[in-house]
Design a protein. Structure first.
Length: 168
């Protein structure tokens, strides 16, 4: 069945999706974060020339799934979910192309991750978001609450990030 012009579908990512996922990640990071991190820093992170470090990283366990949103054959969003040492899950990625934001794509990806968190039997799903980034409002509207504030080091640059949690 053909999709309507504005329709999209969400499905589990497959190995053959990885290249397109990487390209989407590059585009969304550049479009979203360059305004407050600077384009050269974002490109440095994406190319591996600038390291990322934060004090929460030791809490992550194995990833349990990746999902993509696509419109026709075009990838328009992605999400990834990992286990944590404390028994919660962690949403480690949720990115949607700017041209497809505010159309329900991010919410659909979020819903898939929350459903998987429930299947895993976790009591909550955590995430980290740039304090100055636009996604804080998105997660608050979905019921995620502030847990703690810390710093992400991007090379020599430090940026405030917020830890949030959605109770299941």
């Amino acid at each position: 069945m053909a999709l309507a012009d504005d329709a999209y579908r969400v499905r589990r990512a497959a190995a053959e999706d990885q290249r397109a996922m990487h390209m989407l990640l590059r585009r969304t990071w550049t479009d979203t974060y360059a305004s407050f991190l600077g384009r050269s820093l974002v490109i440095g992170v994406l190319e591996g020339a600038v390291s990322l470090a934060g004090d929460w990283q030791e809490e992550l366990g194995p990833c349990v799934g990746e999902w993509i949103a696509e419109r026709g054959s075009r990838l328009i969003g992605l999400a990834a979910l990992c286990a944590r040492a404390d028994g919660d899950g962690e949403l480690v990625q949720l990115y949607v192309l700017p041209s497809h934001q505010r159309l329900g794509v991010g919410t659909a990806l979020w819903d898939e991750c929350i459903a998987e968190s429930r299947r895993q039997g976790w009591s909550g799903t955590r995430l980290w978001v740039f304090e100055r980034g636009p996604a804080v409002r998105f997660y608050r509207r979905r019921g995620a609450v502030f847990v703690r504030r810390t710093t992400l080091r991007l090379g020599s640059h430090e940026e405030a990030i917020l830890g949030m949690r959605f109770a299941l």
